[in-house]
Design a protein around this ligand. Structure first.
Ligand code: ADP
Ligand code: MG
Length: 283
């Protein structure tokens, strides 16, 4: 073959190659647009690689289709869980993995784990109540429970009880308390941290009572409190209201009593070593 002929054939190949590449680019741009229209970002991102892998390995069409859809579904679920965690108000670091159960012997780890594994108690509107003095890990444990429930696909909102009461009070003033309570319905679990710090005036406690009544046997509450029920009279003011609130809360509930010494104080005394481990090593 003459040098000219070789040159021609090479340039033809280049032209054909370029045309094929242009066609592929056009197809993939079109595919990209369709996937954007259909809101399938994961398939859009992975389509190129998966098409190539499928072509090279000769996948049957069904396998290819299933692989694409599985990726989209898995990522969609992960994005949903991320969204739920972002809206939850939970501290990122208060997890079960960082909670030392040996520091609170009165709390059964198995019982807490059971609450995270079978989550149907949320469908019954059952409650979790955590009692104990300051610093014993109530907020940490209830947050850890919240994170685990989000991992299980549930929606959780963590709020300081006094903040929520203020929000509900403002809603009542604007005559939109029912709407505000209805908004909270989208959460399977509403965590009210530090019930005992609610200011003791009638208007505040009655919105709290309405919240408890509204969710009763429908939607779950998790409440932490320094004071046991005997002192809730100070929170609800009217004895009849206290009785009715306590009655509704405990009817279907898991009660976690955390009557130990403050974890913070013990950690400080132990030179920041986790109290549980310190205790074991000294016995
Ligand atoms: P409470 O809500 O009962 O006042 P916190 O949950 O705020 O207590 O706990 C105080 C601090 O000690 C937090 O930083 C928390 O993460 C930590 N802490 C408490 N108990 C434990 C525990 N058992 N394991 C690990 N950290 C704990
Ligand atoms: Mg707390």
């Amino acid at each position: 073959m003459s040098t000219a002929a070789i040159a021609t054939s090479a340039s033809e190949k280049t032209t054909i190659g370029t045309t094929a590449a242009t066609a592929a680019t056009t197809t993939s741009a079109r595919l990209g647009m369709m996937l954007t229209d259909l809101r399938l970002p994961t398939i859009k991102r992975l389509a190129g690689d998966l098409c190539a892998q499928s072509d090279t390995e000769g996948w049957p069409a069904r396998r290819f289709l299933e692989a694409l859809l599985e990726h989209e579904i898995n990522e969609r679920e992960a994005r949903r869980i991320d969204r739920h965690r972002n809206e939850s108000g939970l501290s990122a670091d208060k997890r079960l993995s960082s909670f030392d159960f040996t520091a609170v012997p009165s709390v059964s780890k198995a019982q807490v784990m059971a609450l995270t594994q079978g989550t149907e108690w949320l469908d019954r509107g059952a409650n979790v109540l955590l009692f104990g003095p300051p610093g014993v890990g109530k907020s940490h444990l209830v947050s850890a429970l919240g994170h685990a429930l989000i991992d299980a696909g549930r929606r959780v909102l963590f709020t300081r009880c006094s903040d929520l009461v203020q929000r509900l009070q403002a809603a009542r003033r604007d005559l939109r308390l029912p709407q505000e309570l209805a908004k909270l319905d989208r959460f399977d679990l509403l965590i009210l941290d530090d019930l005992s710090y609610v200011r003791r005036d009638q208007a505040e406690t009655s919105v709290l009572f309405e919240l408890i009544s509204e969710r009763y046997e429908r939607k779950s509450l998790a409440i932490t409190a320094n004071a046991p029920f005997s002192q809730w009279g100070e929170v609800f003011v009217e004895p009849a209201m206290t009785l009715a609130a306590v009655d509704r809360l405990v009817h279907h509930s898991t009660i976690l009593e955390m009557n130990v010494e403050s974890y913070r104080r013990r950690a400080a005394q132990a030179g920041h070593a986790p109290p549980g481990r310190k205790a074991r090593s000294t016995t």
